[in-house]
Write a protein that binds this ligand. Structure first.
Ligand SMILES: Nc1ncnc2c1ncn2[C@@H]1O[C@H](COP(=O)(O)OP(=O)(O)OP(=O)(O)O)[C@@H](O)[C@H]1O
Ligand SMILES: [Mg+2]
Length: 753
């Protein structure tokens, strides 16, 4: 490594540890703490060495090494080579080069220098092209080649020139050791020197759902002078924020898009409730609560729990979660040299799995919550419920928080006629709702696997327990929880799932930081951010207790804005924005924001209003509602960015006002969601017109999905006046009852597939 590079890397490393100290908690923060002249992570001398189960140095995935265009500098030599010898015979050269390529010894020598077969081949093609197409080669190479042509030189003499060429087009070959060092993630406990400087007391509150784990931790948090609550959902952070203030303890709320300070002058209160990604690892607290610790194994978000657990600067860390995480957290605490106390709890209310499936929506009772895993199922089921003259509340992930809260309040309110809830597993963690019975409409859920691919999986025991745990909450009027399925043949499967013990947690997530990526970029200045990340992950070494989180969403955004000129730090921050990539409007807005930002033009309130066409009218149908939800997400994105680039997103307060108004408009729409569904699709089964996206459990009629009836005979009959919508609804209800067994058959076949 050149002196300049060394200096730069050292500067970056120094800056990185400074940033660690000042980390605002907004990013997966900086961490590796290098020391001395060797650049190896500082050992803080704790008793247990966990590197024994570390992964060996990884063989990089060389398919990620994108060759650069070769830049020749032989103009310095001009045609000296040819003048000293003679012009080269190209056909002779071609033969010599091909012999060089086929020589096993050359391939072996190249492999020793990091060129595997793939890279050797690519480097050779590039080298051959250079030698054959350049009008003048460097003098030394020209002379060597001429000697070989004349029989006076050896073919092996080409190797140093070939290697020089290879390292120019694959610059990573020259700095592999540095890249390996930067991507060495083996001792994450050392990334948080401030937390390591204090002796923290760790208390694990373990137990099943609804056993009072969070309650007990919060009791201690309330009595502390300062405290932070870190939760998995905005809604949970909000619940704790409200409860804490209701108890007379001043508490702020911090989520990616929101900072609510109780002090009118904006001074931070002693207590804060936040989403876990946002917790500060540089602020000292007396008590920290980390809720739902089992999420540490989550393939996308696990890094945030790891960071909180290792990095929070609190005298007492209260960890709440499934018993399956106890041994693992204790193991992690060995690496920090901290002891852990375990408090175990039992369920506060009884809970039973029923012997009968619901079978028909006619059997719904007050306090029922139907759980689906797709929005389409939410729409179709709520419509079916309305057909039966019942009112229902709906909660799904993409609703704004205000709407979710108002729907939860409506359902919880004993005086409201709405007694049924239809929800996705957005309600599945820690929330307190007045549910008596959970009904799984399906047990199959789309998941993203470790490779980032979408697949349909039967829900895990942990997921099933979390969701079922919403029934019969201690604080609700239902003092006993029940769980069942919609379909008869799902019930034994659910019983099987719930009878299993949750697999003990084995690994925790990690995430590369902006600083690490910045150091990578210094070494590989021509690589794209997405490619840098790929190479980082491929080279990274983790201790056996950790894994690198899936970063496909990050890469998706990085690829989307690659062509926009941004400095690396800003590009990195943009790509960590939590965006639903399935929403085209949000994605195009992201692109527009980045473009405007790159032109150094502040994104003003007027600009944003024009962009989302504010003011927006109330929704007339589901498509309008989906658009409003996306517009809300765009404003969320604005607010999220405004906390990271205040000067470029200056109108936070104004945007927050219209976002609140938009939340109100959406609330109104959702209050009448069945009217919107009806307006979209009178047959009422697939308002988004995405039959294929509906869960496999949606009943089908004679192989034809009910939800596709928008263009069907039924809708034509209605259009031609041969069938009234009311008659159709009646028929639909009858079909529904008839096709449940048929639907089950289809689902069974689907599952087998
Ligand atoms: N000792 C108690 N006194 C009064 N209310 C309690 C007590 N313990 C728990 N609760 C209430 O019971 C409900 C369930 O408790 P809590 O949310 O702490 O359970 P949990 O074990 O964290 O559940 P989950 O695993 O679903 O997060 C909450 O509304 C909580 O306020
Ligand atoms: Mg809890």
């Amino acid at each position: 490594m050149s002196v300049n590079r060394c200096m730069h890397v050292l500067r970056l490393q120094r800056r990185m540890s400074v940033l660690t100290l000042r980390s605002p908690g907004a990013l997966p923060d900086s961490r590796v703490c290098y020391g001395g002249t060797t650049g190896s992570p500082i050992s803080l001398g704790f008793s247990r060495d966990v590197s024994s189960n570390s992964s060996p140095p990884t063989t990089p995935d060389t398919s990620l090494f994108v060759p650069l265009a070769f830049k020749s500098d032989c103009s310095v030599d001009g045609s000296v080579g040819a003048e000293l010898t003679q012009p080269l015979d190209k056909s002779e050269l071609l033969k010599i080069l091909n012999r060089f390529y086929k020589k096993k010894e050359m391939q072996k020598l190249a492999a020793d220098q990091g060129l595997d077969a793939r890279l050797f081949h690519q480097a050779f093609i590039s080298f051959r092209k250079y030698v054959l197409e350049m009008t003048s080669l460097g003098a030394a190479l020209h002379i060597i080649l001429n000697d070989i042509c004349c029989g006076a030189g050896h073919i092996d003499d080409i190797f140093p020139y070939f290697m020089l060429h290879a390292k120019q087009i694959f610059p990573m070959l020259d700095c592999m050791d540095d890249l390996r060092k930067i991507s060495d993630l083996r001792v994450p406990a050392n990334w948080y020197p401030e937390a390591r400087a204090i002796q923290r007391k760790v208390i694990f509150h373990a137990g099943p759902t609804n056993s009072g784990k969070t309650y007990q931790a919060i009791q201690r948090y309330l009595t502390a002078k300062t405290g932070v609550y870190c939760g998995p959902l905005k809604l949970l952070a909000h619940e704790i924020f409200e409860k804490t203030n209701d108890m007379g303890v001043m508490c702020d709320l911090v989520t990616g898009e929101d900072r609510t300070f109780m002090d009118p002058e904006g001074r931070a209160a002693g207590h804060v409730a936040c989403t876990i990604e946002m917790c500060s690892v540089s602020t000292p607290y007396e008590v920290a609560v980390i809720d739902e610790i089992q999420m540490i194994r989550d393939t996308s978000r696990g890094w945030a729990w790891t960071r909180a657990l290792l990095g929070l600067c609190a005298e007492e860390i209260h960890v709440c979660g499934e018993p399956a995480a106890i041994d693992f957290v204790r193991e992690l605490m060995y690496t920090t040299g901290e002891e852990m106390e375990v408090h175990t709890y039992q369920r506060l209310t009884p809970f039973s799995i029923l012997d009968n499936a619901l079978e028909s929506l006619d059997n719904l009772r007050p306090g029922d919550c139907i759980v689906c895993f797709s929005k389409n199922d939410i729409y179709s089921i709520s419509r079916q419920i309305e057909i039966r003259g019942l009112e229902c509340a709906v909660i799904y992930g993409s609703l704004p928080p205000g709407t979710k809260l108002s729907q939860a309040k409506k359902f919880n309110d004993p005086d409201d006629p709405c007694k049924i809830l239809v929800a996705t597993d957005a309600i599945g963690m820690g929330l307190n709702l007045s549910i008596k019975r959970i009904i799984f409409s399906t047990l199959v859920k789309p998941n993203i696997n470790e490779k980032g691919e979408k697949q349909m999986d039967t829900i895990s025991t942990s997921q099933a327990l979390q969701i079922s745990g919403r029934a019969g909450r201690f604080s609700s009027k239902f003092k006993e929880g029940e769980v069942t399925t919609m379909h008869r043949d799902d019930l034994p499967i659910l019983k099987g799932i719930l009878s299993l013990t949750v697999e003990p947690i084995q690994t925790a997530g990690l995430h590369p930081t902006a600083e690490q990526i910045e150091m990578f970029a210094y070494h590989l200045p021509d690589a794209t951010l997405s490619n840098l990340i790929d190479i980082f992950v491929s080279l990274s070494r983790v201790d056996g207790l950790y894994f690198v989180c899936n970063i496909d969403d990050f890469k998706f955004l990085a690829d989307m804005i690659q062509h926009i000129p941004l400095n690396l730090r800003s590009r990195y921050v943009f790509c960590t924005a939590p965006i639903n990539k399935k929403q085209p409007f949000v994605c195009t807005s992201f692109l527009k924001f980045a473009r405007q930002f790159s032109r150094d033009e502040p994104l003003t309130f007027d600009w944003v209003c024009r962009h989302i066409s504010w003011p927006l009218p109330p929704p007339k149908n589901i498509k309008d509602l989906v658009h409003l939800e996306a517009a809300h997400d765009v404003l969320d994105l604005y607010l999220w960015l405004s906390y990271r680039f205040m000067d470029m997103f200056p109108d936070t307060a104004l945007v927050r006002v219209i976002q609140q108004q938009l939340d109100d408009i959406i609330q109104q729409g959702v209050r009448n969601i069945t009217r919107l569904i009806r307006a979209t699709d009178p047959a009422g089964a697939d308002p988004l017109g995405r039959g294929a996206a509906a869960s496999p459990r949606v009943p089908r009629l004679g192989g034809m999905p009910l939800e596709r009836r928008g263009n069907s005979l039924a809708s034509r009959l209605v259009k031609d006046g041969l069938l009234t919508p009311d008659l159709l609804r009646q028929l639909q209800s009858e079909w529904f009852k008839e096709v449940v067994p048929q639907g089950q058959e289809v689902a069974r076949k689907n599952k087998k597939k």
